[in-house]
Design a protein around this ligand. Sequence first.
Ligand code: KIV
Length: 308
Amino acid sequence: MSITNFPAGRGSSSAGIPITKVTMPALAEMKRQGKPISALTAYDYSSSRLADEAGIDLLLVGDSLAMVVLGHENTMAVTVDEMLHHTRATRRAVRRAMLVADMPFGSYHASGSEAVRNATRLIKEAGAQAVKIEGGQRRAALVQRMTDAEISVVAHIGLTPQSVHRMSGYRVQGRTSDAIAELHADAIALEAAGAIAIVLEGIPREVAAEITARSGVPTIGIGAGPDCDGQILVFHDLFNLTFSSPAKFARRYADGAAFFAEALERYRDDVAARTFPSDAESYHLSREVREQRDAHQHVLELETAGKP
Ligand code: KIV
C-alpha cells in the first residue's frame, strides 16, 4: 500500500497547513474574522486523508454517499449503519478538519429520543464531532433537544435532498418573497435552537448573502453563491466522478474520470501484452536458493539420464 502512516510529531500537513484541530469555536472565529471556511464531503480513508492534508477545514460524511459511492438514485436509501461505516473510515484519516456526519433520512424523524440515540452513535461509535440534519423551523425543537444532549448540530436548509419527493426534484428554493421570508425564519429558529452552523443549499445568492449577514453562526453554501461564510462541494463533483451533467455551481477542479479511465485502460493493455508486471516488479529467489535448486535439478537430470 502506498499510503503511508501519519508521520509522528509532524507539525504541518503535506500542503504546509499547520495541524491545529478545527473546532466549533474556530469556525465561529473564522466567521467573525471574515475568513472563508472550506468544506468538502468525504466518505473513505484515502480521499479524506488527502482532503485533510490539503487543509480543508470541515469534512462532511454526507448522505450523498448513497448516490456517489453506493449508486442509489437519491440520498434516501442510506442507513445509519452505512453512515457509521463511512464515518469511521473518514475518522481514521482526519487529524485537522472538523468532522461532521449526516443523519440519514428516517434516522431523526420518528422521535427525539431516536434522533438522539442515532446521533450519539455517530459521535460515540464513529468519531463525528457534530451531526447534520435537514429542515427548517420544524426541526428547531429537535435541534434544541440534541443540543441539550451535548450533540452539536449543523442545520441544512433551502434545497434539502431528503425532501426530493416533496420538492418534485432538486429545485432551487427561495425564489419568492414568501419563500425568502420562510428561509430567514428557518435560519433564525435554527440558530436560536443551538445549531452551530447552517448549510444553505440551492438558493439565490442574494438570499444567502442576507441570511449570512444576519446569522450569528457560520453559513456554508452549496449552490448559494459566494457570500456565505464557507463553501462545500461534493468530492465526486469536484473531480468529475459523478457520471452525470454537473449542477451549475459544481465547479470541476480536475477530470478524475478521464485520469482514472486512461490509467485503467493502460493497465488492461499491459496485462494483455504481458508487459505488466516487469521482471523488476517481480520478487526473486536469493542467489543461494537459486543455486541449490539448480544443483538439485542437475542431480535429477543425471538420475533420469542414467535410468534404462
Ligand atoms: O450529503 C451531502 O453531500 C450534503 C452536502 C451537499 C451539503 O448534504
